[in-house]
Design a protein around this ligand. Structure first.
Ligand code: FHN
Length: 452
């Protein structure tokens, strides 16, 4: 009886604490504590994956290969757009679900490859524009459970990320959806949805699926996608989606492409344009999503592979401007990574094995240098370590170091001394030719005493 009385009084106190205006109960703050973005700023390098039904077609359909300029809208390498670019009838495209059977998919193999490459987080297309979900979605039958494969891809990858210590997130196409009868299609392609129609898609598919991703998988970030003409994604819908994320997660970061033209104040990091590399230091956390070829999804005839040195240059450019590099792989339909992608991941990982010190734990440096030279720094007790990544052969480099005194100047990893001389408040570094014959992207490490 006494126990009953205590429970009643606890219930009464709890209820009285809950008496707030209805609006206060449903509202949640739209912004996240900036401390929760620290891991992202420190991570520097992540893996992006574009994988779905389009991967089966490998960039070609019915004798045509992307880009195909004979079709009105065929001019694109993006194989994940093949449905609309090569005008594949909806039924036929959606029928690809019956063929998706990646028997060689091994989540651990992917995540180990990412980790060995020096990547610290992982982002995969949970649903791209075609509307197909790579997880067991209770919201839509257009998902992995309706394929011969029938196993939740995201669940396996999340487990592998947790096991190997990578943060993880999901790309979710919240605007374009070519499967739901009211989802948005490209502007150049009918049907154009009315606001009412789009709202139906928004309520029936987008919001419930995003909630499902948050509740089922507890992601570290969500990667939404828009570019310029994001009809329907107005500030009201943008904030509704942000609120949904905040209500269901106290840690999940949101990228700026939730509304590229008007991301507002409450996103956690900016997303550059595809393969775009800023030349200035940006204060807000940011990243560049980048491809190894032209296409994001697997395209068997896209032979435009970038060299690993070029990609290391992008990585270090971004680090020197305070940003991250999210490098994409388009896995094959059988679930394996293309061999040239693995080769590049391993080459980048090998470079970072020696030179990772110039990337991880560093900050940008506000000293002007020529294009192709990237500066990063970190503070250690009384010293500052300054790293100079050289992506082009150079004989001499002048650096305005102010009042700082150089304690040592050497080649990172190898340890060879690099000659230098003082010139007023500058230092002139003489770079021996053999530095470049040993490694195409050498890093010079300067140890400075902080005198100022
Ligand atoms: O249309 C997409 C494209 O397929 C790809 O997903 C990229 C990744 O940044 N985002 C859009 C274009 O910017």
């Amino acid at each position: 009886m006494q126990k009953y009385a205590i429970s009643i009084s606890i219930l009464f106190v709890a209820l009285s604490l809950q008496i707030k205006p209805l609006s206060a109960q449903t509202e949640s703050p739209l912004s996240l504590d900036p401390a929760k973005v620290e891991w992202f700023k420190e991570a520097k390098f992540g893996m992006f994956i574009h994988w779905g039904l389009y991967s089966i077609l490998e960039g070609s359909y019915n004798g045509r290969t992307l880009p195909d300029t004979t079709l009105k809208n065929g001019r694109s390498w993006y194989a994940e757009w093949i449905h609309t670019r090569l005008e594949i009838p909806v039924k036929e495209y959606q029928g690809l679900a019956k063929k998706f059977n990646p028997v060689h998919f091994d989540a651990e193999a992917w995540i180990k490859e990412a980790k060995n490459a020096g990547m610290r987080y992982f982002v995969i297309t949970s649903k791209h524009h075609d509307g197909f979900a790579l997880w067991n979605s209770k919201v839509s039958d257009y998902d992995i459970m309706n394929t011969p494969y029938k196993k939740d891809i995201l669940a396996q990858l999340v487990n592998a990320c947790k096991k190997h210590g990578l943060k993880y997130g999901f790309y979710y196409s919240h605007w374009q959806d070519w499967e739901h009868p009211c989802g948005a299609w490209p502007v150049w392609m009918p049907p154009v949805r009315s606001e009412e129609q789009f709202e139906r898609y928004w309520q029936e598919k987008c919001l419930p699926q995003v909630k499902e991703l948050l509740v089922e998988f507890d992601p570290d970030l969500l990667w939404f996608d828009t570019w310029f003409e994001e009809h329907h994604i107005n500030p009201k819908r943008r904030d509704e989606l942000i609120a949904l994320v905040r209500q269901n997660s106290s840690k999940c970061l949101i990228n700026g492409r939730i509304s590229f033209s008007d991301p507002g104040e409450n996103i956690d990091f900016l997303e550059m344009h595809d393969n775009s590399y800023p030349k200035e230091i940006l204060d807000k956390p940011w990243q560049t999503p980048a491809t190894m070829t032209h296409s994001w999804g697997w395209h068997a005839k896209d032979y435009n592979w970038k060299s690993s040195s070029r990609m290391i240059g992008y990585l270090m450019n971004n680090a020197s401007k305070g940003g991250n590099y999210l490098l994409n792989i388009g896995p094959k339909p059988d679930g394996t990574f293309p061999a040239p992608a693995i080769q590049r991941l391993r080459e980048i990982g090998a470079w970072l094995y020696t030179n990772g010190e110039a990337l991880y734990g560093t900050k940008p440096v506000k000293i002007d240098v020529e294009e192709g030279v990237y500066l990063t720094q970190k503070e250690e007790k009384e010293e500052t370590y300054l790293y100079i990544t050289l992506t082009e052969p150079l004989k001499e480099l002048e650096l305005k170091l102010g009042n700082n005194t150089i304690k040592s100047c050497s080649l990172l990893g190898i340890g060879m001394d690099i000659p230098y001389s003082n010139k007023g408040k500058s230092v002139i570094i003489k770079i021996p030719e053999r530095v470049f014959s040993g490694c195409s992207i050498p890093v010079i490490k300067i140890i400075l005493s902080r005198n100022t």
